[in-house]
Design a protein around this ligand. Structure first.
Ligand SMILES: Nc1ncnc2c1ncn2[C@@H]1O[C@H](COP(=O)(O)OP(=O)(O)OP(=O)(O)O)[C@@H](O)[C@H]1O
Length: 243
């Protein structure tokens, strides 16, 4: 009997193209201890199917950023497990976790996180430099990514010379640089006005389709929620709704 025929939803199935990109089981995270302990996550379970854009909503303090940090390998849980693209994060050492973050995850933050002294093109090229991609290949890929986000004409501008929406589009291009399996975005439209936020969200939605990437996005933005394939609601460290 082959490993794959071991039954429905077994670990052997997770790495297949039709499986789940993210499997989160009974995730727990407590900050601090004793009287001041904050139980940020009290047993969170959910799946993110491959190729979908899943939104995580919930009030401030409900645990959204904590979930994203754990799934992205930026923090470790106190209990439960996370399987990302078939890999159990608990089984990885620091170097493997670093490589997984660099090669398989693209991060997008509310505050864009661009390097001010680098041009848009140079910012998009940073993850490629870290992977030591040769200059010519890097320039070609950066050109493609900037055109994907509609910023070919702004390649040489620095973040301070770009609007907020343009900066977030640069950040999305950078997040896609290494062909990640998963994009993790924490309030990507939080600093943008409604119209610009919608443009950025439309772009995220479009790249999830065109680049066959999966996205997990924390947001309060109702326009963004409407673009999600699925919405998970967090309340006090638990999932209360899965639409
Ligand atoms: N480093 C930390 N130390 C102590 N408590 C923390 C820490 N990070 C988060 N918390 C607490 O954990 C809970 C969940 O925080 P988290 O940032 O995950 O919520 P959130 O839903 O992302 O909120 P927001 O929408 O405001 O970003 C909150 O009560 C928060 O105060």
């Amino acid at each position: 009997m082959s490993e794959q025929s071991g039954g429905h939803g077994t670990l052997a199935d997770i790495g297949t193209p039709t499986g789940e990109m993210v499997v989160v089981e009974d995730l727990r995270r407590t900050y601090g201890s004793g009287d001041t302990a904050v139980h940020a996550l009290r047993g969170v379970s959910f799946n993110v199917p491959r190729g979908e854009l899943v939104a995580l909503r919930g009030r401030s303090g409900s645990g959204k950023t904590t979930v994203l940090n754990l799934v992205g390998g930026l923090d470790t849980p106190d209990g439960g497990r996370i399987i990302l693209d078939g890999t159990d994060l608990a089984g990885l050492g620091d170097d493997d976790l670093l490589a997984l973050r660099r090669d398989r995850i693209g991060f997008v933050f509310q505050s864009f996180g661009l390097i001010p002294i680098l041009t848009a093109a140079e910012n998009v090229g940073v993850p490629l430099r870290l992977r030591k991609v040769p200059a010519r290949e890097r320039e070609a890929r950066v050109g493609l990514l900037l055109s994907l986000v509609g910023l070919s004409d702004h390649a040489d501008q620095r973040p301070g010379e770009l609007s907020g929406g343009q900066q977030q589009r640069v950040a999305i291009a950078r997040a896609l640089a290494n062909n990640p399996a998963l994009i993790i975005a924490d309030e990507p439209t939080g600093q943008l006005d409604a119209d610009t936020g919608l443009t950025v969200m439309d772009l995220l939605r479009a790249v999830v389709r065109s680049e066959s990437v999966t996205a997990l996005v924390a947001t309060h933005d109702t326009q963004l929620l409407a673009l999600a394939d699925r919405v998970l609601e967090l309340r006090d460290g638990r999932i209360v709704e899965d639409v």
